[in-house]
Ligand binder design. Structure first.
Ligand code: TRP
Length: 325
């Protein structure tokens, strides 16, 4: 029995941060052992909202792949590729767009939410509405059994399953309904307690310098009710504590100490700086090594795209035959 196949993707936003790592990448790395993984740079998806400014798109894609390699995505085990290098994604997207009812897309929670929330870009375009159809094409093209996603992507996966079902009803059993591989991920808050995000400017990079870590941890929000170190603290709402929960085996102790006023925020931050630095230091080194041979990174993508194209082509042949094109 061949391994089960997995496909997942990320939009290229440039260098990745701890939110990406603990929210998804850590899991991507570990599942490489049990699954045949396809990891995709979703650059066409980036275009659905960032079509007006594409000057960083190519660099962002490479930077993201470098970070994938840095954290341990292994090109010997997994296929690393870029969506726009595999034209079959657009071909299947077109076909699926014929059978996807508009109502499904207008009702999609991510669509409604982003249209309302994001004011800085005009999202009243056809491609943005079709975002989940393109994502369905990504997944169905590889007959992926499992898709590691965070909770925010569950609606897209459900839509993928519905589209697959509808296709199979019309044309016969060709496409596979994928399962979500829900990441037991830690939600990493940003420095300011909002979700960690590049656009909020509240993130810590996976390969961050020690100086930056010191600066950034110092700006982290702590318990506003605590004036003196001996005041009792409230770790539940504290960003520094949220990070201790991720990095510190002794986090339960720190929680008790904080609630009893036995450890101050400054000491807590100091310890955190050391722990984050310990995590990022080897990442920094690895990233530097990888950066020193950019041609090798390009080669990884080239080989990955080749493998992805072969797999995608096979499914496309079946699809066209089923539709009688
Ligand atoms: N929409 C995903 C995100 O924003 C990225 C993505 C594109 C994806 N295609 C995919 C994720 C296919 C999983 C499978 O995170």
């Amino acid at each position: 029995m061949p391994n089960k196949r997995v496909l997942s993707g990320m939009r290229p936003t440039g260098r990745l941060h701890l939110g990406h790592y603990f929210g998804a990448l850590k899991n991507w790395v570990s599942i490489q052992e049990q699954y045949d993984c396809f990891y995709m740079v979703a650059d066409w998806h980036a275009l659905t909202s960032d079509y007006a400014d594409t000057k960083e798109l190519k660099n962002n894609s490479i930077d993201m792949v470098i970070d994938w390699l840095t954290v341990g995505i292994n090109p010997e085990k997994s296929v690393i590729f870029k969506q726009s290098e595999v034209p079959e994604h657009s071909e299947l997207f077109l076909i699926l767009s014929m059978i996807t009812p508009l109502g499904w897309l207008f009702r999609c929670p991510t669509y409604k939410e982003q249209l309302k929330e994001i004011q800085s870009k005009d999202l009243n375009n056809y491609g943005f509405l079709g975002y989940p159809v393109l994502q369905a094409a990504d997944i169905l093209l590889y007959k992926a059994q499992s898709v590691p996603v965070g909770e925010d992507q569950l609606a897209h996966l459900e839509l993928t399953r519905e589209i697959a079902r509808r296709f199979n009803n019309f044309y016969g059993n060709v496409l596979l309904e994928p399962q979500a591989l829900l990441t037991k991920s830690a939600r990493v808050p940003g420095l300011d307690k909002r979700k960690m995000s590049k656009s909020y400017g509240n993130s810590i990079l996976i390969a961050e310098t020690e100086d930056e870590i010191v600066k950034k941890v110092k700006t982290m929000f702590t318990d506003p009710l605590r004036i003196k170190a001996t005041d009792v603290g409230h770790p539940e709402g504290c960003v520094v504590f949220a990070f201790h929960e991720i990095f510190n085996k002794e986090s339960e102790n720190r929680k008790q100490q904080c609630m009893q006023g036995c450890i101050g925020c400054v000491a807590c931050k100091k310890e955190l700086i050391d722990m984050i630095s310990e995590f990022t230091r080897p990442m920094m080194q690895k990233r530097k090594d990888i950066m020193s041979d950019k041609a090798a990174v390009e080669k990884v993508l080239e080989i990955g795209c080749q493998k992805a194209r072969e797999a995608a082509h096979q499914t496309m042949v079946e699809i066209k035959k089923a539709i009688k094109l």
